[in-house]
Every structure is written in structure tokens, then in C-alpha cells.
Design a binder for this molecule. Sequence first.
Ligand code: FMN
Length: 372
Amino acid sequence: MSVLFTPARIGTLELRNRFVRSATNDRMATTDGKVTDDLVDYYGLLARGGIGLIITGHAYVHPLGQGSVRQLGVYDDGMISGLKRIADVVHEFDGRVAAQITHAGRQTQKEIIGETPVAPSAIPYGLQKVMPRELSDAEIETIIDDFAGAAGRVREAGFDAVQLHGAHGYLITQFLSPFSNKRTDGWGLAGRSSGHDQEGRFRFLHEVYRAVREKVGPGFPVFIKLAMKDFVEGGLDIETTISIARRLRKLGIDATETSGGFSNAMENIKRDVLPGKGEAYFRNEAARLKRSVDVPVILVGGLRSLATMEDVVNGGDADFVSLSRPFIREPDLVLKLRSGAREVSCISCSKCSISREPVLKCLALEKESESK
Ligand SMILES: Cc1cc2nc3c(=O)[nH]c(=O)nc-3n(C[C@H](O)[C@H](O)[C@H](O)COP(=O)(O)O)c2cc1C
């Protein structure tokens, strides 16, 4: 049997196979982030498809941390009953589910949150040129509590794990990256620094992890999606992120998923990847991490053939294979691979990602069916 169909663990959580649905913003929540029937149906469809671990789209821990319209939220106790419907439907089909929790920081717009976006430093964000407001000390402490509150809700709703979103330029990465964190206080440069450790910039993530762990308890799996690099001059590099991953492991993190880049850049959602062409584009980073830190590694990014996925796991470069776009096109992909399919049919056009359609779908597939 292929190694991909063998069980494996993330902390205390046993998973039926090595396939992970990487966090994918489903855009199916209500305008204030609550779970809808469509969302429950969609997670049922994914779980029926045999995926080992499903990670929700990034869910915002506070209304000011919302990054896009109809994004899932986890900022209020009133949301627990809706979230429970997702956990229940996934369990009904023997799947396991983690919620990815996030704060967008500067990667949002006034039109979405009704206020000027916040960030570690007042540095505008990429294409949108939004000038954020620098967070005060007290506000940072409050956001740390928001992360803990969100993780507590995730656990109470019956989820199996929580994933911190430490990638794609959202608030956790904004604090980690020297590109976006120019603070001179204890959340930035004034923090003790030794080599690549960057104590000050790590402090926010350290405190978030500590608060989340305290809230959910020692046995509940907490893991992270971590930017291994920023792809910008003066941003995060691999030496720094390996050091961050090592620190997190010492603190007790249960697994690390490797990604990189900002949300508006295409480094983390590369186009035109096909079976045998440009696959597994964060493999080198995952392999470096796997050899440097004794932590379960989840590789995401352009996995398009069974052969590559098996090679990644058999070669010891990662423990789990994580996919996003392919599951939008084929929610039953794992079942197909188990029945003999060798390739993923997603063409990595990324139209699912740039589309503003109210519901997440594969636009390439839609076009193909129309022209038949
Ligand atoms: C429509 C869409 C939404 C996404 N939303 C998220 C998200 O909420 N959180 C996250 O960490 N990554 C998100 N991603 C990135 C994916 O999880 C993944 O890292 C990336 O697409 C590369 O994997 P793939 O080649 O299998 O698509 C999203 C990607 C797409 C296409």
C-alpha cells in the first residue's frame, strides 16, 4: 500500500492517511463570519472524499482582523454552535478537522473592517497601498487574548486541532518579518536578538502560542502554517524561519506546514503547475525544516501527482501532503487516488483564487463543462 494511505499523527491526533486539505478561504460564511448551510454541506463533501485532515479557511479572531468578504469568523461565543456543525459533519464521515485562526492585520481594507487596518508598523501593504495604523502595546495584548479566545471556541465546537496562520503576510507574519515589523520596542528591535533568533519579532507569535496552549490545554493539537520566506528584499529568510520553527517546537507546537510569500503575491499559489512540471515548490524548504527540527512537517504547494507525493514522504522530506486547489476541483480526489488514479486534474490556473464569485468553485471545470 502507498505510504500516503497509512495513518500518522499530529500530536495526540491520529489521522487516517497523509492527505491534508490545506486551509482554503471558502467565502461561504455570512457577511459577519457565521457558518452557513452551504459551508456545512461543503465540509461534508470534503470529508466524504476521504481526506485525512481538513483545515478550514482562515477564520478571523476579531472583526478588525477580517481579511475578505464572507470569510469564516471565530470571534464570538455565539459562533460555536455553527462551528460545531462543521466538526460534526466531518466526524460523521470519519474525517478530522482543524480550524485555521488568523488576524489579517494590514492585509485588509477599510471597506471590509470599517476602520483603518492595524499592523506592527505603519507600512503600506503591497498592491492595495493601504496605510495601516501602528498597534499600541495594549492592543497587541488584546489581540493575543483574541487568538486564545478563538482557539478555545474551536475546541469547544468539537474540532480536532487548531492551526495558527503564520504565513502569507497576515498579522503573525507581519510581526515575524523584518520587512513589515520596524518597531523599536519589545515587539521588534528592542527584543533580545541573537543570531537569527530575532527574539523581539518572535515575541508576538510566542505569546499567541503560549496563550492558545494555555486555553486549549496540553493534549490538544496546535500547529502552524509558517512562511519559510517572504520573497522580498529584507524579509524572512529560511535560516530565520528554521530558527522560529525550532523555538516553536521547544514550546510544544505539534506540526509545521511550510509555505511562504504574501497573500497578494503568487509565490504561495503558483500558476501552471502540472504533474511533473514545477510540482512541490516548497519541497526544499520542507526538507530543510525536516532535517533541522524534529517536528512533523506538512508540505503544501503544487502537489499534482501521486508519484511526487509518495516521493516526498518516502524521501523523508515531509510527513503529510497538503493540497488546496485540487480539492476545489475534485473533493473526492483521495478516493480517486486510492482507486488507481495517478494524477490530479487541477491545472493550477488559480482562477479559484482570484475570482470574486460568492461561492468557491473551479472556474476551469465550469468552462470545460460549458464547452462540451
Ligand atoms: C481559493 C484559495 C483560498 C485560500 N485560502 C487560504 C487560507 O484561508 N489560508 C491559507 O493558509 N492558505 C490559503 N490558500 C493557500 C492554500 O492553502 C495553499 O497554500 C496554496 O493554494 C498552494 O497549494 P495548492 O497548490 O495545492 O493549491 C488559499 C488558496 C486558494 C486557491
